[in-house]
Ligand binder design. Structure first.
Ligand code: NAG
Ligand code: NAG
Ligand code: NAG
Ligand code: NAG
Ligand code: NAG
Ligand code: NAG
Ligand code: NAG
Ligand code: NAG
Ligand code: NAG
Length: 723
């Protein structure tokens, strides 16, 4: 479950060194007056929704640690889940025990057991210790084990007084946990809390226990809002002995002791057992009618919530804040993503014209539907793609169609029907496959397309995993014309093998289809011909409107110096795209903060590539159409800095030759000419009169250019940093 660490080391370095400029620095706070005119929000107050950070930036740092607070303070309200020591010391730690979130077990190996709400809980409890013990001998850990542990055991447990005595404390929300439990063990929780509320300016106080809220109601500072925290619907509230799911139905009663509610987000947008969203409840509107505020909790970029969001955390926030009614705040472990959703992406706040970087689909919107199907292409177009792509494959009977691989096993249901046709073709791949050139088009049409999950534990849209129709190349071209997309990208692979071994002239078929669809006689729609084989590209050089594209297959290594590579490739008049961007948080380096928008911002702003190839065009489109994609706009979304990263990579992970990149010669990317197309029906004459028949150009893999091999080295450096 570990993700790459290389990029992360930048953040480590930058924050440890207390540099002001950290990568992905939060946007200018939505809570700070913005330059743009204030827009009315459908919240109770009409102000924009608040971002409430549970323990600070806990998505990355241990709860309440200085970095967790530092990175969230300007953009959010700090939510402290209160735990008390036996001498009434107040600390911020989520949960009833200290075990997952601190180093307590090192200090005291002995565990204790208490009955809390009728359940025996075993572990270390704050009320068994003194403040001095916690302050001096215990430090915080990252409590969620899939998150980075680099900061564990470094910072003290956050003491409420220490935080609020600071000259510039964050806006503060005190959530009183397990009041009944502490009270049973002799702590006067009401008095302790009222004292805190008296001494410090506190914006919110909340609890999940009604008796506690009633006992502080009216006694606290008027400026402090009293909020009732509802736990999961089946959990039982200790005062009324009723489940929270019942209690929430009587908002009028809640109104008598609280001015708002904090609810798990599923109270508003329920998630069905199949993990798709159900119909929304009317909770927010009902509460607003009674003058009650509603805060939704449980947001985190790295918790799966529903397939409807396609792993895009911004999409989820917008669902709660950008509809007819908006929640009054969101409680999150990743305050920056929430803050950007509010400041950059809500309210259809789009640029008149999208940024210049092209959005190119990867087999259509293959993050949403099975790749290269009619559904995937139409979704990509609806999502704002500039260029739709077709990776052309040939059937046995010479039909060109779109799918990501010449081996149909991954992208179709071929395994279930045509296992007997599988074969081993070492020139194409090491394992055996069911190859498109061994099936006829009518056979392929009896199959179903299949969605490809890039992370096996994060499946994509399972309800549609075999939906959609296969698309022939002419159909693809027709669609592109009918929908007037800005361009098409046609990807040709294995041309030499198909010509010399299967008698299939993929280059000729593509040329003919393009001409037949009049793409050779127009210049309104871009035509990009892409291949791993420069001799394929050279076949298209006579049509001036066609652009020939070399794609660098790399992802996370961008910051290791690709700026140079991109510049040199562009100097050689090649168009440079970056592929393949995806939303799934497991495919993002830690310092993109599990937020695909930060990755996109980094590629667009630091490397200035010509295009982004993505499985999720909607996410790229939303960013490139947002005013925040302009680094000069306030607010903006800032990328990570490549130079800084390079300087922080541990020496043993650096590419072996740190020598400067030799100048790229066009000759470096030239492959030998394609072989002739054989006539498999024997009676022979070669269709493509290729000049001196050279060995298959795929055999010349190491004539590839220096830049590419540099990228390969960089990729290797990234991989070796993974666990
Ligand atoms: C501590 O972490 C373990 C493993 O993730 C989890 O099962 C347990 O519920 C956690 N305990 C608390 C008190 O959060
Ligand atoms: C903290 O630990 C040290 C070393 O074990 C010990 O001497 C000290 O008394 C402890 N402090 C408290 C308050 O328990
Ligand atoms: C969620 O996705 C399902 C399946 O695609 C769809 O039927 C439903 O309308 C979606 N719900 C929302 C709120 O978008
Ligand atoms: C944004 O635009 C969409 C489509 O045009 C519309 O359905 C939606 O209501 C708009 N949202 C807001 C907050 O204006
Ligand atoms: C081009 O198509 C081949 C399969 O034909 C595929 O392996 C490759 O990933 C595609 N390249 C791009 C950039 O889509
Ligand atoms: C040529 O285009 C027409 C429509 O413009 C289409 O009906 C026909 O199938 C195409 N032929 C080929 C060989 O692609
Ligand atoms: C790139 O294109 C420019 C303008 O078309 C031309 O002047 C230059 O020579 C070209 N460079 C290479 C390396 O082909
Ligand atoms: C291949 O041979 C067959 C049988 O002689 C002939 O009909 C056909 O035209 C040839 N095809 C090509 C592309 O030369
Ligand atoms: C690959 O590179 C090596 C060393 O540079 C060279 O000896 C060999 O001939 C090259 N192979 C091909 C197929 O170009």
């Amino acid at each position: 479950m570990m993700r790459s660490l290389c990029l992360f080391s930048l953040l480590l370095h930058a924050t440890m060194a207390q540099k002001p400029a950290i990568p992905n620095k939060p946007v200018v706070a939505p809570q700070v007056p913005a330059a743009t005119p204030v827009q009315k929000w459908p919240t109770l107050s009409g102000n924009e929704p608040l971002v409430i950070a549970r323990g600070g930036f806990t998505g990355l740092f241990p709860e309440g640690s200085p970095d967790a607070i530092g990175l969230s303070k300007d953009i959010s309200t700090f939510l402290c889940n209160l735990q008390l020591t036996k001498d009434a010391g107040a600390y911020c730690l989520t949960g009833t025990t200290l075990d997952n979130s601190t180093t307590i077990a090192l200090f005291d190996p002995k565990e204790n057991t208490y009955n809390i709400n009728g359940k025996d809980v075993r572990g270390h409890f704050s009320l068994d210790y003194t403040s001095a013990q916690i302050d001096q001998n215990v430090s915080v850990n990252q409590a969620i084990f899939s998150r980075p542990e680099f900061f564990d055991g470094v910072s003290p447990v956050l003491n409420v007084d220490a935080l609020l005595e600071d000259k510039a404390p964050p806006k503060f929300w005190l959530n009183v946990q397990s009041e009944a439990f502490y009270s049973q063990h002799g702590l006067k929780v009401v008095d302790i809390v009222l004292e805190i509320l008296k001494v410090y300016p506190i914006d919110f106080v909340s609890s999940s226990e009604i008796s506690f809220l009633k006992s502080i109601n009216g006694k606290s500072n008027k400026a402090t809002k009293v909020i009732f925290q509802l736990l999961h619907a089946t959990d039982v509230e200790s005062t009324t002995i009723k489940p929270y799911g019942e209690i929430v139905k009587d908002l009028l009663n809640i109104k008598s002791f609280a001015s708002g509610i904090m609810v798990p987000k599923e109270y508003i947008w329920p998630v069905k057992p199949d993990k798709y969203l159900g119909l929304p409840t009317t909770l927010v509107a009902d509460a607003h009618k009674l003058g009650l505020e509603v805060y939704a909790s449980g947001f985190a970029n790295d918790f799966f919530s529903s397939y409807n969001y396609s792993y895009d955390p911004t999409a989820e926030y917008l669902q709660f804040i950008d509809k007819e009614v908006s929640v009054d705040g969101v409680v999150t472990d990743f305050p920056v993503t929430a803050s950007n959703a509010i400041a950059c992406f809500a309210h259809n706040n789009t640029l008149p014209q999208k940024g210049p970087t092209w959005i190119i689909s990867n087999n259509g919107a293959s993050g949403v539907y099975p790749g290269s199907t009619d559904l995937a292409y139409n979704q990509a177009i609806a999502d704002g793609v500039d260029i739709i792509d077709c990776s052309v494959q040939m059937t046995k009977d010479g039909v060109a169609f779109c799918t990501n691989s010449i081996d149909l096993i991954g992208t179709t249901t071929a395994m279930t029907k045509f296992m007997s046709r599988s074969s081993l073709v070492p020139e194409l791949q090491a394992k055996s496959g069911i190859f498109s050139f061994d099936l006829t088009w009518s056979e392929i049409q009896t199959l179903k397309p299949q969605i490809v999950n890039t992370q096996s534990d994060l499946p994509r849209n399972p309800a549609e995993k075999n939906s959609g129709k296969f698309v022939t190349l002419p159909e693809f071209l027709e669609l592109a014309k009918a929908k007037a997309v800005a361009g098409i990208l046609v990807n040709i692979s294995n041309a030499a093998y198909l010509a010399s071994k299967k008698g299939l002239d993929i280059v000729g078929v593509v040329s003919t289809a393009l001409s037949n669809a009049t793409f050779d006689k127009q210049s309104t729609q871009q035509v990009l011909i892409q291949s791993d084989d420069s001799s394929v590209l050279s076949k298209f050089k006579d049509i001036p409107s066609y652009k020939r594209v070399l794609i660098i297959a790399t992802t996370a290594s961008v910051l290791l110096g690709i700026t140079n590579v991109v510049k040199e490739l562009k100097d050689a008049n090649l168009t440079v795209f970056i592929r393949t961007l995806r939303n799934e948080y497991m495919s993002l380096a830690f310092d993109y903060w599990s937020d695909p928008t930060f990755e996109i911002a980094t590629y667009v702003q630091t490397t200035r590539v010509d295009g982004l190839v993505t499985d999720h065009p909607a996410t790229a489109s939303r960013y490139l159409r947002s005013p925040c994609s302009d680094p000069k706009h306030v607010p903006t979304i800032l990328p990570a800095q490549p130079g800084e990263l390079l300087s922080t990579i541990p020496a043993e992970l650096l590419p072996p030759s740190a020598a400067p990149l030799p100048p790229l010669e066009v000759a470096d990317v030239v492959d030998p000419p394609l072989p002739a197309v054989v006539n498999t029906t024997k009676d022979v004459h070669a269709a493509a009169p290729a000049a001196p028949v050279a060995p298959s150009s795929t055999a010349s893999a190491n004539s590839s250019n220096v830049a590419l091999s540099l990228v390969a080295i960089l990729v290797f450096a990234m991989l070796s940093a993974r666990h």
